[in-house]
Design a protein around this ligand. Structure first.
Ligand code: URP
Ligand code: ZN
Ligand code: ZN
Length: 461
């Protein structure tokens, strides 16, 4: 089965070219000058549109246990929504509960995802119980294609690891070549600020932001970088939101340390003003780190341009406003942390191109090519080249759309971007050669997506 994508502008992390793309079965057979190939079983006309590698969202949480509930998207609904938005690979997080093993956790997450995903998927492992057994199991995880481990400097008593535990895991990462991903907020200090606010009767959602100041993200980021320097471990800072944290990352990178970072669309577009919306509406925007004051946004866009922020992921972790966010009415500390977004990352970052914040090449790089390299999937993913998986997006840069819960495909009852107008829209999506979205219709199916066994980070010398 050969598919020819004809007449489009083919985008890569280095630029754009007018070219045709020939797909044979599940992979790309050729990217050639227009008209070189004429024969195919199916011809897709991409005239006036971009043809780019499918998006890779390296940070999602489907069916994640959190705060006594589970994030609302299953692997089935979440990967379907991802496909609608031009994302053809997710890397989700298996979550080690305290007292359990990493390998049993991994088995559990394979059971959850297998047969349910519309697009290809991989796993990172959340380590919340560091001990001799866990450290040994990190080796088996790497051998099983799970080469990155998230640790938390936040959430004492739940996911939190001490500096000593982080140091031990980092030593194991150095030994195995694995990457340590860090949720960098000083959770010990934050818990005191939270207790103080609640004791003063301040329970509304905006307090979530006020009790997690950007300085405590900057401090934790610097500390994580120092621990990584001492141990030699590659470090990837997840969901970076604050200028202080970005400055620490930029300095480490200038000094040649293997430190990388991602940010998320919510930190580029939303702010603490959303958290302050009245009538508990702010609960929709409760995620950690919290939304910041608006002035951080310009720093984050700059960080994306300079590559101090290498990746844009969503941290998609949706909780319905009704019944789930409601758990924290009157006590912000009980609002499940997380926001929806897996469907809109490609569009929101294309809006950054429209606004002149980033180039087209940088859009592709931050949303597809770099995540592929960062997490050991390149060149199978992240590029349109012969032999690569035919994960392809045909994108109309001139179409207009308005984001809304009434039209999105995520299993959550609100949109964090309700009413926002975007220039650009996904037309067609191929996942391993199969058309899964086309012309406003979904043609994918649960179980098409396969588990991706990943190599180590491909940026290490
Ligand atoms: O608030 C967030 N970010 N929820 C998801 C879990 C995490 O820390 O990434
Ligand atoms: Zn986190
Ligand atoms: Zn997350």
């Amino acid at each position: 089965m050969r598919t020819l994508i004809r007449g489009g502008t083919v985008l890569s992390s280095t630029g754009a070219a007018t070219a045709d793309v020939l797909v044979d079965g599940e992979t790309i057979a050729a990217v050639a000058a227009p008209g070189v190939f004429t024969e195919a079983d199916t011809v897709l006309d991409a005239t006036g549109r971009y043809v780019l590698p499918g998006g890779i969202d390296a940070h999602t949480h489907m069916e994640m246990p959190f705060g006594g509930t589970f994030s609302a998207d299953t692997f089935e609904t979440g990967t379907r929504a991802a496909a609608w938005g031009g994302t053809t690979t997710i890397i989700d997080f298996a979550v080690q509960a305290k007292g359990t093993s990493l390998l049993s956790t991994l088995d559990k997450w394979h059971e959850k995802a297998e047969g349910d995903c519309a697009i290809d998927y991989g796993f990172h492992m959340i380590v919340s119980d560091v001990n001799d057994g866990t450290l040994k199991e990190m080796e088996s995880c790497v051998d099983s294609g799970v080469s990155s481990f998230k640790m938390f400097m936040a959430y004492p008593g739940v996911f939190y690891s001490t500096d000593g535990e982080i140091l031990r895991a980092m030593h194991k990462a150095t030994e195995t070549g694995a990457t340590i991903m860090m949720h960098a907020e000083n959770g010990i200090a934050i818990d005191q600020l939270v207790a103080r606010a609640l004791a003063e009767g301040k329970g509304e959602p905006v307090q979530h932001g006020l009790t997690r100041p950007p300085e405590l993200e900057g401090e934790a980021t610097s500390r994580a970088i120092t621990l990584a320097k001492v141990t030699g471990a590659p470090l990837y800072i997840v969901h970076l939101s604050a200028a202080q944290a970005l400055a620490a990352v930029a300095q480490a990178r200038d000094e040649g340390q293997n430190v990388f970072a991602e940010t998320c669309p919510q930190y580029l577009y939303l702010s603490i003003e959303d958290l302050a919306k009245p009538d508990f509406e702010g609960a929709k925007y409760v995620a950690s780190p919290p939304l910041r004051e608006k002035h951080h946004q310009a720093d984050l866009w700059r960080g994306l341009r300079t590559n101090d922020l290498s990746v844009v992921s969503t941290d998609h972790c949706p909780f319905c406003f009704k019944d789930q966010k409601e758990l924290g009415r009157g006590d912000f500390s009980k609002i499940p942390n997380g926001m929806p977004g897996v469907e809109h990352r490609m569009d929101l970052l294309h809006q950054g191109v429209v606004a002149g914040e980033i180039s087209l090449a940088r859009w592709v790089e931050a949303c597809s090519t770099t995540p592929a390299r960062m997490f050991g999937l390149y060149p199978r993913k992240g590029v349109l080249a012969p032999g690569s998986d035919a994960d392809i997006v045909i994108y109309d840069p001139a179409a207009e759309q308005t984001l809304s819960a009434a039209t999105h495909h995520m299993a959550v009852d609100y949109s964090a971007y309700e009413g926002m107008t975007i220039t650009g829209k996904v037309d067609t999506v191929l996942s391993r050669g199969r058309v899964v979205v086309d012309g406003g219709e979904y043609h994918g199916s649960a179980g098409h997506g396969r588990f991706l066994s990943r190599d180590l980070c491909q940026y290490l010398g």
